[in-house]
Design a protein around this ligand. Structure first.
Ligand code: SF4
Length: 52
């Protein structure tokens, strides 16, 4: 992706060396469909796919 996205989730199929996300885009969601988060821990990458 054009934006430099760092990620440390090594078992995602879009993860690459140097903690780079190589997905074309990512979609980040809040908890339970609320569209709001009160902390970092409540945000999640919806683009995550388990590396086989
Ligand atoms: S898609 Fe999400 S979880 Fe996967 S490497 Fe990119 S930012 Fe991390």
């Amino acid at each position: 992706m054009n934006l430099d996205v760092k990620c440390n989730v090594k078992n995602c199929k879009y993860w690459a060396d140097g903690d780079q996300c190589v997905a074309d885009s990512i979609y980040v969601i809040g908890p339970h469909g609320s569209r709001q988060a009160d902390s970092v821990e409540e945000t999640a990458c919806r683009t995550f796919e388990l590396r086989e």
